[in-house]
Design a protein around this ligand. Structure first.
Ligand code: PMP
Length: 444
């Protein structure tokens, strides 16, 4: 299989040619918060797949719901007006649970096409309001918004741009709030003030608010290294957008569905975005699905403008009945105790990882709920980043694996954590202990 993988299966981010030396690590089964590899080794999945298996593996009610739906009706398309029960029920339940007036749901296949859909809806909305010149988009450095051409352009990680002719000329960035290495220091008020000023300056630079369609932010920047903004940052940015009449779009693809504690992180930030994107925990990795939530105002403007005419946006697998059936079953689990367990285990995880701050390699520990990062440095006072050559993240990943832990080792010396919400206390403690052991071995 490893040879066939090398020869035929492309996984570009891991490396175009696959893991050339060792080959891919084959997983064969999973249960709860653990995965088992082809050698029979069982590990704690500290990253829930790719921050997505929030409900944990092997949940029988989810498997049953998917199986039932596969038998009854595997497919129905809204493309020309057909409906099926699961996506309607899921949309209605989500509309009830979403912040504020985010009452309208468009289902996608994942996060990237959810982000793409927000760009299309934003453009359509401004055109409907007679302002088609509002066609510029702003996002944050170190942000991640997907791997489609549009999403990768809004993303600000260099590897997603190089060789792809990105970003496009209507996609602009302002600096991240990154508290640990912010040029204005770590004072929350100063960081918020700087971001507000940077957003206003960027809007001016690209032609004023009459040219800007939307601003994107993740409630916590995930792929950029789990960067948590100071409390009040989201609200301050939302307020600027409201004042300037720029759409505020919250990308909750990672933070949604209990990852930070509540069902949606925006609720904790006390804001209602104009649109919100979700994926990952929505179906917990069992099947693909994403969603865009639209506010009443946005929905009405688009609906009034379109009238009975078509709005040319739709995917073959939008509102897939099997994905929606899984979404409903997963939502039952979240509401039936998983969110609460996630909140308890999240507090334990944050406290446990904070206990690693005394380790000589640990420069920063940050996170919220079941989303966390440990940033490694060679000099704590100077915050010197680990030289990639001296300590390749692959080596840390490999050592953690040997110690029975799957973590994400980002290239910049940041270790990422996003365990399933079903973790037990022993599993959370295992994540912390195995991390300490891995760091100790790294020092040897
Ligand atoms: N937005 C954010 C914030 C994400 O983290 C991701 C995926 N990591 C995406 C969008 C893209 O989602 P997908 O990979 O499901 O297309």
């Amino acid at each position: 299989l490893i040879e066939l993988d090398r020869a035929h299966l492309i996984h570009p981010v891991a490396s175009w040619r696959g893991h050339e030396k060792a080959g891919v690590r084959m997983l064969t089964s999973a249960k709860g918060a653990t995965v088992t590899d082809a050698n029979g080794k069982t590990l704690i999945d500290g990253f829930a797949g790719l921050w997505c298996v929030n409900a944990g593996y092997g949940q029988e009610t989810v498997i049953e719901a998917a199986t039932r739906q596969l038998r009854e009706l595997p497919y129905a398309t809204g493309y020309f007006g057909l409906g099926s029960e699961p996506p309607i029920r899921l949309a209605a339940r989500l509309a009830d649970l979403a912040p504020g007036d985010l009452k309208h749901v468009y289902f996608t296949l994942g996060g990237s096409d959810a982000v793409d859909s927000t760009v299309r809806f934003a453009r359509y909305y401004w055109t409907a309001r007679g302002l088609p010149q509002k066609d510029q988009f702003i996002s944050l450095e170190q942000g991640y918004h997907g791997s489609s051409t549009v999403g990768a352009g809004l993303t600000a990680l260099p590897v997603f741009h190089a060789g792809f002719g990105l970003p496009m000329d209507w996609q602009h960035k302002i600096p991240s709030h990154y508290t640990y290495r912010n040029p204005v220091g770590s004072d929350p008020a100063a960081i918020i003030a700087a971001s507000v000023a940077q957003l206003r300056a960027k809007v001016q630079e690209i032609g004023g608010a009459e040219r800007v369609a939307a601003f994107y932010a993740e409630p916590i920047q995930g792929s950029g290294g789990v960067l948590v903004p100071p409390a009040g940052w989201m609200k301050a940015m939302r307020d600027v957008c409201t004042e300037l009449d720029i759409l505020f779009i919250a990308d909750e693809v990672i933070t949604g569905f209990g990852r930070t504690g509540p069902l949606f992180a925006c609720a904790e930030d006390g804001i209602v975005p104009d649109m919100m994107t979700c994926a990952k925990g929505l179906t917990s990795g069992y099947v693909p699905m994403g969603a865009v939530f639209l506010s009443d105002r946005l929905y009405q403007v688009i609906a009034d403008h379109a009238g009975a005419a078509a709005v040319g946006h739709g995917f073959t697998y939008s509102a897939h009945p099997v994905s929606a059936a899984v979404g409903l079953a997963v939502l039952d689990l979240y509401e039936g105790g998983l969110l609460e367990n996630g909140r308890k285990m999240g507090a334990r995880l944050q406290a446990g990882l904070a206990g690693l701050a005394d380790h000589p390699l640990v420069g920063d520990v940050r996170g919220r709920g079941m989303l966390a990062a440990v940033e490694l440095v060679t000099d704590k006072a100077l915050k010197t980043p680990l030289p990639a050559a001296a300590l390749p993240s692959q080596r840390i990943f490999d050592r953690a694996w040997e110690n029975g832990l799957v973590i994400r080792a980002f290239g910049n010396g940041v270790l990422g954590y996003a365990p399933p919400l079903c973790c037990t206390e022993a599993e959370i403690d295992g994540i912390v202990e195995r991390t300490r052991l891995t760091l100790d071995q790294t020092l040897e």
